[in-house]
Design a protein around this ligand. Structure first.
Ligand code: UDX
Length: 430
């Protein structure tokens, strides 16, 4: 049944949730305090790079409005999704400033029964805080639900509309659970009704598991290098075991982005503050931090051997199909090599502007992949954008000063490049 829903926050999660729920026929109000963003969204302009999102918004514009008037939006909706950012603090803990602000604003605007849905990734126990905080401002009946989101950047729309599962955490609150099930009724996926704390933890545990899986395969890749095995063969072999599965077994320069590093750190912090030392999570984090450093060392090795001083970098985003450079291993490697004094030429199809803001001065931003390779002594592939496979290898070789490639994602055709005379270095491959 069609529902009136408010979504607070128009970042990756909030905007995707709003647009996708609108596409399912619900009536959506998206709220954001950033007026510039609201102005753009009203014109149909999507402020993030997310394939398919702008098109879906255009097709379902009739079901969605954008506003900065939170109080009015709360008045008009029974269900309020909180989807504001919960960034990482220096000590690894989660910064709940925006989230808590949003909860207070919602509480102060409530006049009748509302369901407050935590979609932001918040530490286990946060829903209890939300309940207590709302009760300070609003004396009537209300429900708090935890409904974590598992979408990935680059495939957010598909992940939202065709998820592996929908998790709904409710505490002895049948009414709220039923309304949430109704909101998601058009989505064909298992709906897991859990208690609130378990739902909150499922989100962290899922991301921490994925992070651990990547660090595991990266560790095996490092062992491959020491022993002469090939990680592509090994990953295929272990991934063929249905208990392990082939996904998230791509070795490389490590995981980045706004979620895996932050949520692993957040869960470590939660464990430590509850007097438990999460050894596996700490190891997953340490392997990830070491992974791009091992790769940077390889690049230094190539430059030492060929006497070069210029590095080309293909890809700046933390993965393809996004312009997001948060915790991108590409950025970490570039910063490290810049400290060494190397000249660095870079190219990314969509993340250049975000990377420029992150990197500042001293980097040469180029208009194409070939341009970034011009006169370089080693070419680093940091993000596996498909367009890099379209490059003419002979032309690339002529463009570079020394034909060395360090492929941080095992993405380029090693055999072909080697035949063409390139010195090719991958991750976990001989
Ligand atoms: C992740 C989770 O997948 C998603 O469920 C959650 O809601 C948000 O966090 P996202 O950050 O968009 O999604 O990216 P993801 O596709 O998970 O990739 C994260 C990082 O891991 C990237 O840097 C990627 O390059 C790296 N990665 C992924 C690997 O190094 N190897 C792999 O096999 C898979």
């Amino acid at each position: 049944m069609k529902k009136e829903i408010t979504i607070i926050g128009t970042g990756y999660v909030g905007l995707t949730t709003g647009v996708c729920l609108a596409s399912l026929g619900h009536s959506i109000i998206c709220v954001d305090s950033n007026r510039e963003k609201i102005k753009k969204l009203r014109k149909g302009e999507v402020p993030i790079f997310e394939p398919g999102l702008a098109e879906l918004l255009e097709s379902h514009q009739a079901n969605i409005v954008f506003t900065d008037d939170l109080a009015e939006a709360v008045k008009r909706s029974q269900t309020i999704f909180l989807a504001v950012g919960t960034p990482q603090q220096n000590d690894g803990s989660v910064d709940l400033t925006f989230f808590q602000q949003a909860v207070r604003q919602v509480a102060q605007s409530m006049h009748g029964y509302k369901i407050i849905v935590d979609k932001s990734t918040v530490p286990v126990g946060t829903a209890d805080w939300v309940k207590n905080e709302i009760a300070k401002y609003f004396k009537g009946d209300f429900s708090v639900v935890s409904n974590p989101e598992f979408l990935k950047e680059g495939t957010a729309v598909d992940d939202f509309l065709r998820p592996d599962r929908v998790v709904i955490g409710v505490d002895k609150d049948k009414k709220a659970g039923e309304i949430l099930l109704d909101i998601y009724s058009a989505i064909d996926a298992p709906k897991l009704l859990t208690d609130i704390k378990s739902a909150e933890l499922i989100k962290y545990a899922s991301n921490a598991f994925l992070a651990t899986k990547i660090s595991f395969v990266n560790e095996i890749a490092n062992i491959c290098e020491k022993t002469g095995a090939d990680i592509l063969e090994v990953a295929k072999g272990i991934g063929s075991d249905s208990r392990i599965g082939p996904k998230f077994l791509k070795a490389g320069i490590g995981f980045g982005g706004s979620c895996l590093p932050k949520d692993t750190a957040g869960l470590i912090h939660t464990a430590l503050s509850n007097n438990y030392q999460p050894k596996i999570l700490q190891a997953a984090q340490a392997v990830n931090e070491g992974q791009w450093q091992i790769f940077a060392e390889k690049i230094r090795g190539v430059l030492k051997t060929n006497g070069g001083d210029t590095v080309g970098v293909w890809g700046l985003a933390f993965k393809p199909d996004t312009d997001d450079v948060r915790y991108s291993p590409a950025i970490a490697i570039i910063k490290e090599l810049r400290k060494d004094g190397y000249k660095i030429r870079v190219y990314d199809p969509v993340a250049q502007e975000n990377a420029r803001a992150e990197l500042g001065e001293g980097i040469i931003f180029c208009a194409s992949a070939l341009e970034a390779a011009r006169g370089t002594d080693v070419l680093v592939l940091a993000t596996e954008w498909p367009e890099f496979l379209q490059v003419d290898w002979q032309e690339l070789k002529k463009t570079m000063r020394s034909a060395s490639i360090a492929d941080g994602r095992n993405f380029l055709p090693k055999a072909e490049l080697t035949t063409d005379g390139f010195n090719y270095l991958g991750i976990g491959r001989i």
